[in-house]
Design a protein around this ligand. Sequence first.
Ligand code: ZN
Length: 414
Amino acid sequence: MRSLIFLGILSLALARKTFFGDQVLTVHPKNEAQVQAIKNLDTKVDFWSPDSPAGISVGSSADIRIPSEILPAVKVALRRQKIEFEVMIEDVESLVGEQFKSAQGRGILDGTTAYDYEKYHTYDEINDWTNAIAAENPTMVQRTVLGQSTEGRDIPMLTLSSGQSASNPEILVDCGIHAREWVSPAFCQWFVRQLLDEPNNVRISEATYHIIPSINVDGYAYTWTNDRMWRKTRSKNGLCYGVDPNRNWDAGFGGEGSSSSSCAETYHGPYAESEPEVKAVADFMRANKDNVKLYVTYHSYGQMILYPYSYTYDLAANTDELDFYAVQGKNAIQSVHNKRYIYGPGAVTIYPAAGGSDDFAYDTGIKLSYTIELRDKGVYGFTLPESQIQATCEETDAFMQVMHNAVVSPTYQA
Ligand code: ZN
């Protein structure tokens, strides 16, 4: 057994892509020519924020991971074109390596009391944890499987409720649409624990919570075994693997901010809901749209509260309401650890990006629908250290509390 575990860790360490000498640069294009020059780096570099070259514009900055092999040439080119930049991350591998080291030698889950919510967990650990936490809390937690991924993994969902709750409003929370945004699944797990530990289980006695800790299970597993910076699903399309699962929903499908090239990080897929992971959650939304009053989907990074629309610059019918709670939520977040979040409709606040889950939930009838970009604002980016999980979750919980109060209020009309 011991040697098996050792072999497992060894093969994990051997197979994984490394990032020695890769740097993340923050660039500041000041004119169209500079924007174009940065966009032309596409295919050779990895856009962290914004998540595709299309989102880059004059006067805004962009975080880009440059592989070590081309780093000197890219820096020369940036300087030649007088594009301002600074180094955001000196050596990506040192941060990535730390996260994998933290998981090494970790025992297989033995009961959820020992589960460490301040660490990043593998898909198998998360899946085992969903079974364990449901078994330990049979009256409050129900585990269902929404469907299977392309590679056949279960997509578990935990439904939390306590007391008489037949007519309670329902809340849908999902994490991990994008594989490399590790702090997102970490939040969903932490949040389940938080709802269960709350005195008198107040929130789950007032509302039914459906929590999906990891939607993009194949992509997430792949970030642990092969490529920490993988974003998409793992379906094969043409030459390349992966569809951007936040461009694959039936909401302005194929429109601006999504790509028709299967190799692009924002590839929308061959048709809406082509990804079984997306279809599983979309089916759940359609079936429960009358009871679900709030949808929140967790991404990272950038510290933002986004609401519809992202597939059009048009404003949602209840923009005032969406904005009102976004402001309250932003203030609640700031009151915890003084982190500042920006907020607004997706298309104007970051960039137009069609086929997203928030817009789909909204158009399906869930009138409070938010995408949250968690910490940070471009220090560690996707490699947010585990030491920040707790604080990130605490402030995010304050946002969830604001939204909870909104939908359980007797005067709330959805
Ligand atoms: Zn994302």
